[in-house]
Structure formats: structure tokens, C-alpha cells
Design a protein around this ligand. Sequence first.
Ligand SMILES: [Mn+2]
Length: 332
Amino acid sequence: MTKTDSIHQVFSTLPASEIKQVIERSRRVLVASHVDPDGDALGTQLAFAEYLKFMNKEVVLVREAEIPSKYHFLPDVETIIHIDSLPANINIDTAVIIDCPNVERIGQASSLIRDSVNVISIDHHRDSGDFGMINWNVPESSSAGEMIYEYFLAVGFEINKSVATQLYTAILTDTGRFRYQSTLPRTMQIAGELIKAGAEPKIVYDNVYYNLSITTMKLTARVLNTIEFHQKGTICLLTLTRSMLNDTGADMTESDGLVDFTLHTKGVVVGALLKEQDSSHTRVSLRSRDGINVANIAARFGGGGHFNASGCTIPTDLATARKELLRLLGEV
Ligand SMILES: [Mn+2]
């Protein structure tokens, strides 16, 4: 398959008229995505809701966690209501589930899906299951955002500035800022069309990536200050201690993404961030490139993940965990 073939892949499997027919027959539609929402989940949920409103449908958007503040700029994000605030007897007849390989991923909202509900699944995960009456899955697609764009194009839904912003955010974040291999010519064409329709790249980018809190930046500075290189500069280690959290006022969630700094250096093929949980637990996040499998390393400590990104917990204090990890990495 050449890179330009992906568009055919998406279109050849797109059940646009089937999806549209189910929606036309519906009265009240739930649009759900995975718990711990990311840009792709939130952007596509909101964009699809706009389309449903255009189709004169009642829309139910739910969440069970807080929406990360970097996504608060998304148009209409406040229309996603907490599951506890939903009327108890709300009856939906259709559920559109986006970016989820199985129905459990939507969390508590799955309790709204009774047997009579028509389920439409739109997803791009490799391990996606057929749990709906319509299952549209394109693992080659960069993002659910890209798939929703193709659907809107197929049914002739005109994209306004809000929808363009929502879908652009979905694609930008799920491609790692247009960096992952899933970024194909078609991905960039769609991004271009979304800019034409009103998405503002700088505004989206600044909100998502250049909007960190002072505590996060202070924690980043402290963690970067611990940088070590081993094995002739092929291994990079970063360390986060409990006292760094105390000193900066940051919490552990603010360490998200710090491990990625380990691969910023030329020559480094394995990176690890060691996070002190307590005196007998150390959390380790691992990253790799050049065909090195860090899922194996995480598995040695009962963890798991992907070939190039994994994690585990070592049941020792920080100093011992560091030694154990370096010994194992020395054998790679
Ligand atoms: Mn996604």
C-alpha cells in the first residue's frame, strides 16, 4: 500500500448512508468517547454533536472525569455534562461511540445503553471489536477526527469554524503534532481544509501545548536537572522525587509527558523516568526507538505497554529501583 492509498481505505469502508439512516430514525442520541478524554475524544464528540443538532436531534454528551484544562478552549466543551448530573430516566435510542475499541471504554455511560439502543462505533484502534450494529473501524487512520471529517464530507455536512476547530484539535493531538507515521498526505490535506473552514492553528496549538501551569514548569525544571546518560549516551534517565512535588506544589499528574524528554537527545535509544511513589514503590515510564522493545523490560517487573512506550512499578525504594533498571538496561 502506498501512502496515498489510505484515502481509498477510509472511503471504501465508510458506511455513510447506513450511519445517516440510523441517525435519521433517532430522536435522542448519546455521543460518547473514552474515559480520561484526550483531544481526539473531545474534539470528535463535540463535532459529531454539532452535526446531530443540524440534523435536529437531541444530543446527550457525558463525561465522568474532569476535562483537562488545556481543552477548555474547545467550542461548546461545557455541553459535555457529568454523568452524575444526567436525569435518571434519560432515554436514548442511539449511541455513537467514537475512538473506543470496546463499549467498556466509555465508562459509566455504558449503563445508558439498553438492549434497544442502536450502537454505532467509529474507531481507529488496532484491537477494535465489533460491538455495535454498525462498526466502522479504520486502523490506518491517524485519528477519529480524520474519520469524522470523511463522514461529514460524504454526507455533505458543511463544516463551520467550531467544527473545524474541534476536528483540527482531534487530528493535531492524535498525530503527536503531525509527527507519527500515521500522518499521511490525506491527513495534511484534511488539516488544510479545516484551516480553510476556520480552524486557527496557532490558537489550537497554544491552548493545547503552550499553556502549562507555573507548577508544571517548575517541576519540569527540577526533573530535567536530574538528567543522566549511561552506556555511551544511549540510555537517558530522569528522576522525580516526592520532595520535588512538595517543593514546587505540583501533583503527580503534572509529570505527564516528562518522559518524552529522554528521547530528545541525539544517540539516546532508551529513556526512562523514575517516579518515587513512596518508600517501597517506584513507578517507571519507558520510551525507546530504533527497534528496541521496552514492553519486554516493563514486563520483567509485571508491567506492560507498547513496543516503544511502556511502564511498570518496581516494588523498591527509588535508589534500588534505579540500580535494578540500569542493570537490566545494560543487558539490552
Ligand atoms: Mn484516537
